[in-house]
Write a protein that binds this ligand. Structure first.
Ligand SMILES: Nc1ncnc2c1ncn2[C@@H]1O[C@H](COP(=O)(O)OP(=O)(O)O)[C@@H](O)[C@H]1O
Ligand SMILES: [Mg+2]
Ligand SMILES: [Zn+2]
Length: 533
């Protein structure tokens, strides 16, 4: 049977424990001087070496041939502890033995001299899981420990350990291990196992493990089952990551509003058996990284990737407006949610692609508004003219038809003639949101990734967030703030109302001619409700 790498490669002496020198040096010194504490408390996140060090302590204090505080690993004590046959060393998992009875038994037993070893060592893992009465029982022994007893308590959640216990222990904080240090240890293990491990691959695994050696070894274990020659590609493959290049390309297509390219890339992913929800998650991760690269002073602390990839993030983030990144994230998150409720995951992702590619034009305008309100207003007016022209040129995609739309037989429908029925896109809507983000933050939050349309002297708002409608219905201030923001951007007073699209999709019976139309008709065939806007 395959034995997990992290078990095979558990360090047997302090000198093989990496990244925790501040702890291992002190322990070695105390043990070499023959003065170990009665109780140690090891704190730290999982896979950083707590259990490992606890076992080394147990061996080192009992070893018949210790060297500078390190156990020899060969004597009968060391071997007895390694194979679990030495009854004087007891490991208790407090997660499953958390009752007072367990600790009372321990207390009785602790009074007896050890069987064969010098010290009875009790290793209590996940000690924060003990019940209150068990803690009290434990405290009694810690208050007057027999000289032949040594405790090593370990926990990931020190705040759940009573202060009375803490004050009786010598405390050590295990750090998350530096990526470079993890990568070095991975190389050592790879060599021992006869794998070839690329430096880049080691670094990538280390970063994914986020400071935990155990996770790093598990990831490498998984990779080696794919290929004993481990490259960055192997890591991507084994962990189900699509290549980072691919995510950059997707984001680039979205930024260029190239829906066709985006959909093609999604299609490619499908051919290589990538799961669409996984892809969506990774795309969320990508935009999250862009956001971090844009806003954090030290993005390298928050982004798991290679240094050259970090540069790529920074470069892409520089070119992408914040609003575009945030709105894309919102859409992707909605999409991921929707994916849990449908089997048509691909279609969900494709619809997201269309929405994201549409965003770009809006956010560009929002960015302008951000820099200068007045300039922005002019630009927006211009843009409205431009998009008005676009409506005339490409009615099927851009135009939203009012319920009373022309009959189906008519080939290229023109914008409806009746003024009060015509609905046109409100191109400068993102600027309204920018104004609102200063005057009414909650309202602007609900409106993220909403759209709006003009109809006569009203602005119709299409917002998927139901809290928005509640707020506008029941809160006069919200209504006023919204109207004021619209007036500020357009220079005109409008009434507001909800937009209820959808009818338009029903009426589009034309043969699909481009990827977007093909997608829309697929979605319709799959029974997924969508709206053409
Ligand atoms: N500091 C470390 N140096 C070397 N290997 C480590 C270190 N920390 C953890 N490991 C590896 O991870 C495995 C699990 O570590 P363990 O000590 O059980 O972690 P925990 O802190 O969760 O108790 C070990 O068997 C070992 O292979
Ligand atoms: Mg442990
Ligand atoms: Zn020994």
């Amino acid at each position: 049977m395959h034995q997990a790498l992290y078990r095979i490669w558990r360090p047997g002496i302090f000198d093989d424990v990496v990244g925790q020198e501040h702890i291992t040096t002190t322990l070695k010194n105390e043990i070499a001087a023959g003065r170990p504490a009665h109780a140690y408390l090891f704190i730290g996140s999982r896979g950083t070496g707590k259990t490992t060090c606890a076992r080394i302590v147990a061996k080192a204090v009992n070893c018949l041939d210790a060297q500078n505080g390190n156990p020899c690993g060969q004597c009968e004590m060391c071997r007895g502890i390694d194979n679990g046959s030495l009854v004087d060393v007891v490991e208790i998992d407090a997660a499953s033995n958390n009752g007072v009875d367990n600790i009372r038994d321990l207390r009785e037993e602790a009074n007896f001299l050890p069987n064969a070893a010098k010290y009875r060592v009790y290793i209590i893992d996940e000690v924060h899981m003990l019940s209150v009465s068990a803690f009290n029982a434990l405290l009694k022994i810690l208050e007057e420990p027999p000289s032949h007893v040594l405790f090593v308590l370990a926990t990931t959640e020190v705040h759940k350990v009573p202060a009375t216990i803490l004050s009786r222990c010598q405390r050590f904080d295990f750090r998350r291990i530096d990526s470079g240090v993890i990568a070095g240890r991975l190389q050592q293990v790879a060599e021992g196992e006869g794998f070839r491990l690329d430096e880049d691959a080691a670094m990538l695994i280390a970063r994914m493990a986020d400071g935990g050696m155990r996770d790093a070894l598990s990831i490498m274990d998984l990779c080696s089952s794919y290929n004993r020659d481990i490259t960055v590609d192997t890591v991507s493959q084994a962990t189900g990551l699509v290549a980072q290049d691919y995510l950059f390309k997707l984001a680039e297509a979205a930024h260029a509003r190239n829906t066709g390219e985006f959909l093609e890339l999604v299609g490619q992913a499908g051919q290589s058996y990538v799961e669409y929800d996984r892809l969506c998650e990774q795309l969320i991760g990508h935009y999250r990284n862009l956001m971090v690269a844009k806003s954090s002073k030290k993005p390298e602390d928050l982004i798991v990737c290679l240094p050259e990839v970090l540069e790529q993030y920074k470069e892409q983030a520089r070119r992408f407006p914040v609003a575009e990144i945030l709105q894309t994230l919102t859409i992707l998150q909605e999409t991921l949610g929707a994916m849990t409720r449908t089997t048509y995951r691909r279609t969900e992702l494709e619809m997201a692609a269309v929405r994201i590619c549409e965003l770009r034009g809006q956010t560009a305008a929002a960015e302008i508004a951000d820099t200068s309100m007045l300039e922005g207003r002019l630009a927006a007016l211009e843009q409205r003219l431009v998009s008005g022209a676009a409506v005339a040129a490409k009615p099927v995609q851009q135009e939203v038809k009012a319920p009373a739309a022309p009959p189906k037989a008519e080939p290229a429908p023109k914008p409806a003639a009746a003024a009060d029925a015509a609905v046109t896109p409100f191109a400068e809507w993102p600027q309204v949101l920018t104004v609102l983000s200063k005057t009414n933050i909650p309202l602007s939050g609900f409106l993220v990734s909403s759209r709006a349309y003009f109809q006569g002297n009203r602005v119709l708002i299409d917002c998927r967030n139901s809290m928005f409608l509640d707020l506008v219905r029941n809160n006069q201030k919200a209504k006023d703030d919204l109207k004021k923001a619209i007036a500020q951007v357009t220079g005109q007073n409008y009434g507001i109302g909800p937009y209820n699209g959808g009818a338009a999709a029903e009426e589009n019976t034309q043969e699909p001619t481009n990827p977007v139309d093909a997608l829309l008709s697929n979605a319709k065939a799959a029974g997924i409700p969508i709206e053409v806007k």
